[in-house]
Design a binder for this molecule. Structure first.
Ligand code: SAM
Ligand code: SF4
Length: 329
């Protein structure tokens, strides 16, 4: 069992399988681009499977593939099928563009839970956010996944100055579709012009939703044990929506997540600015288990120890972390 010093059990591993992406979402990929790791320093697909197996032997029960965009990696089908042989719940976060090409692989590997990131239902706004014109493909693939019985969530990064006016439209989707919308707070990462004023709070989302659908129709529903979202439903809607307040109201007490970057570094928290080179140890033939335990033991109680989001001028906030595209969410 992988425990930290606060006795939190870590049984959920998110693996980034590529640093590359076919979109350029401004909140994730810095305007100037990112320096990609040399290919020789990235985990091969065999290394991904071997390292994942070690985590599973140590108690990991859920693996989510992410990136960059996981589906742009050439060997993604081998990786998914290989991980499908492990006794884990397999999930993926994707921008949805290439999903239709991999449905058989998902089915064979038992990958049922797919989060698709889509921040707007307006094609012109999609171009502004992602710098690419692929809205229709993403939407078609969401519908396709639904029809084929996958469990689909839509990840929406909400920002005051970008898509605040679409909260109702997203929730209206849940009327007929058994889908979950996840409203995610805009989070600060290297090069993404984060500003507290752009963050939309849970209170604001609930206020706008109650006003539009009627307070009496806004129902709180049960959250899962390690759920990062606070979940709600509009009365008689087939789907639901969740609010993930990572910045304003972190859910660190029940955190069970570990993150492995595409170059094989282990991060014990999304906001941590330290990481351990697991791949290096693995390639030197070392037992990586002590390094995993040591990394998790060093995990801070809350938000990577970064306690002063409220004050951008605070010295603790002049910190460096990877860009989101190099972590994987
Ligand atoms: N390319 C895939 C995708 O977009 O779903 C997987 C990688 S992406 C980094 C994973 C998730 O992180 C996406 O849902 C994305 O919206 C979210 N994300 C990226 N940057 C973010 C930020 N600054 N704040 C909040 N969420 C962010
Ligand atoms: Fe690519 Fe996903 Fe980042 Fe958008 S959020 S740039 S799709 S990795």
């Amino acid at each position: 069992m992988i425990l930290d010093q606060f006795q939190r059990k870590h049984d959920y591993l998110r693996i980034s399988i590529t640093e590359r992406c076919n979109l350029r979402c401004f909140y994730c990929m810095p305007e100037a681009g990112v320096a990609l790791s040399p290919k020789s320093t990235l985990m091969t697909y065999e290394e991904i499977l071997q390292i994942a197996r070690t985590f599973v032997d140590m108690g990991v029960r859920k693996i989510r593939l992410t990136g960059g965009e996981p589906l742009v990696r050439k060997e993604v089908d081998f990786i998914i099928k290989g991980l499908g042989n492990l006794p884990v719940e397999l999930a993926m976060t994707s921008n949805g563009i290439l999903v239709h090409q991999h449905l058989e692989t998902f089915k064979q590997a038992g990958l049922q839970k797919i989060n698709i990131s889509l921040d707007t239902l307006r094609p012109d706004r999609f171009v502004q956010i992602t710098k690419r014109n692929t809205y229709s493909k993403v939407w078609q693939n969401i519908v396709l996944l639904q029809k084929q019985g996958f469990k689909v969530k839509i990840n929406v990064v909400l920002m005051n100055d970008v898509n605040l006016d679409e909260i109702q439209d997203f929730i209206l989707l849940t009327k007929q579709m058994p889908i979950q919308i996840q409203f995610i707070e805009f989070m600060p990462f290297d090069g993404n012009a984060w500003d507290w004023s752009r963050v939309v709070s849970k209170q604001e989302i609930l206020g706008l939703t109650g006003a539009y659908f009627g307070e009496a129709n806004l129902l709180k529903i049960e959250d899962g044990p390690n759920d990062t979202a606070s979940n709600y439903q509009i009365k008689d809607h087939k789907g639901s929506f969740g609010i993930i307040s990572t910045v304003s109201n972190p859910f660190c007490d029940s955190c069970n997540r570990l993150r492995l970057t595409a170059n094989g570094h282990l991060k014990n928290c999304l906001f941590s600015n330290t990481e351990s080179d697991l791949l290096g140890a693995y390639r030197r033939g070392e037992d990586i288990r002590p390094l995993i335990l040591e990394t998790v033991k060093a995990k801070e109680k809350e938000r990577g120890g970064w306690a002063h989001f409220e004050d951008p001028e605070h010295p603790d906030n002049q910190y460096k972390n990877r860009s989101m595209i190099l972590i994987g969410g």
